[in-house]
Design a protein around this ligand. Structure first.
Ligand SMILES: Cc1ncc(COP(=O)(O)O)c(C=O)c1O
Length: 426
């Protein structure tokens, strides 16, 4: 039905949802609603994913096990607790492109960055620096600077923060590679966001990782905005380590258990590591020895016993990804975000906004970051109050809208973009 501009109509968006491309799993999530019971257009799943309908039952089941089985719940019941870490690792492996033995779900994201830097930041001689993006999420900056200080380095000198070129918002792969080539003998470790939280840029992980290795550095990636958003291949891309949270695209719940990836080539190596009793092989864990008998998988980085009441809903959330599959999700994501970009371009008759997320489909995920000419937090609030559209804002002038392929519709996208222009032009 689409002619040149017909795609800007509400009818087109609805037609596309009903006749052409129905949502993948919208009915498997609880949709936030306005005071009249109408679902809002939720564009903030890159910040906090929606609650799967299975979440409550998953928690209840483990509460029941705890109540009825108590300590025997570790090895008995519908889901013996001892099995959760490997089930979570298996479900996560397909999402980030790893072998299950390379994944451990534990802690929260920033803690996992710390745990991994303890192993993969080994300053020595001239090689003392960490390379990162200047516009990193604050927690990554703080974690990296504190590690440098912890090892006796100087955060202002030993952290190289890479800025985009003058007048640009995103980093160019060639510029990352140029710094690695020029200063490679000073760089111990690189740690970048795979998808930048601010711009939505998806970095060229294999190209940058390969050059980091050529110059003798470890390559780590923060997958917070990439896991469950874009298919990746951590193992094949030879990434050394990665960490991510599970409350954004993965919908495991606020502050839920985070992920860590350690490439198998490092499992048996004598890397320094922070350890605890869960580092120990299960067969000898209860010998209570004074010297650890370490696992030779990523599980060796798990210091403590796993938090079951958050792992249970995380597992049920990840199982939806197993059902749908990353390639199907990605195909729909490109359709939704592509439609959003076209609508913005078509409706921006006065050139009032600028999409700063790269347009190359290889370089972005679900999120579009849009530079707006008014205070972005006020705009987001008005879009919510007046149109039932929920996105988010980042200083000084960006709003972020992320249509999530699992549950958002073309109509949600239409509502978000038309609400933005109604408020900008009204
Ligand atoms: C890129 C990135 N790094 C780190 C964090 C901090 O996560 P946490 O509070 O789970 O440690 C976030 C949170 O949104 C993030 O987006």
């Amino acid at each position: 039905m689409s002619t040149q501009t017909e795609f800007v109509t509400e009818e087109y968006a609805r037609h596309r949802d009903v006749e052409l491309e129905p949502p993948l799993a919208r009915d498997r999530y609880l949709l936030p609603r306005n005071a009249h019971g109408t679902p809002i257009s939720y564009m903030a799943g890159n910040s906090l994913g929606l609650q799967p309908t299975s979440t409550k039952a998953a928690i209840d089941q483990e509460l029941d096990s705890w109540g009825t089985l108590a300590v025997r719940g570790h090895s008995h019941g519908a889901h013996p607790w001892m099995e959760f870490p490997s089930l979570l690792a298996k479900a996560s492996a397909a999402i980030v492109g790893a072998q299950p033995s390379e994944i451990v779900m534990m802690n929260s994201l920033t803690i996992n960055i710390h745990m991994l830097l303890a192993s993969f930041y080994q300053p020595r001689d001239r090689r003392r620096k960490i390379l990162m993006e200047d516009h990193a999420f604050s927690s990554d900056s703080y974690a990296i600077r504190s590690h440098v200080a912890f090892r006796g380095g100087h955060p202002d000198k030993d952290v190289i923060r890479l800025k985009p070129r003058e007048g640009e918002d995103c980093l160019r792969t060639e510029d990352v590679i140029a710094v690695l080539s020029e200063r490679g003998d000073e760089i111990a470790t690189i740690l970048f966001g795979a998808v930048n939280y601010y711009t939505g840029e998806f970095m060229d992980i294999p190209a940058i990782t390969a050059v980091a290795h050529d110059v003798g550095a470890y390559a780590g990636w923060d997958l917070a905005h990439a896991a469950g958003n874009i298919p990746m291949h951590m193992h094949d891309w030879d990434v050394d380590f990665a960490a991510w949270c599970s409350y954004k695209y993965l919908n495991a719940g606020p502050g839920s258990v985070a992920g860590a990836f350690v490439h198998e080539k490092h499992h048996a190596a004598a890397l320094p590591r922070l350890e605890g009793w869960w580092t120990n092989k299960p067969e000898t864990r209860f010998l209570m020895n004074s010297i650890v008998d370490p696992l030779e998988t990523a599980d060796a980085w798990a210091v403590s016993n796993p938090p079951l009441l958050i792992m249970a809903p995380a597992l049920s959330a990840l199982e939806l990804f197993t059902e749908v599959g990353m390639p199907v999700l990605r195909a729909r994501s490109l359709q939704l975000t592509g439609y959003m970009r076209e609508l913005v371009a078509e409706l921006d008759t006065e050139n009032r906004v600028q999409v700063i997320t790269p347009s190359d489909s290889e370089r972005h995920g679900a999120q579009l970051s849009i530079r707006v000419p008014i205070e972005p937090f006020a705009l987001i609030e008005r879009m919510y109050q007046n149109h039932g559209v929920l996105g988010d804002a980042r200083n000084p002038d960006i709003i972020r809208l992320a249509p999530i392929p699992m549950y958002n519709t073309f109509h949600d996208v239409w509502r978000a973009v038309t609400a933005m222009f109604a408020e900008l032009n009204g």
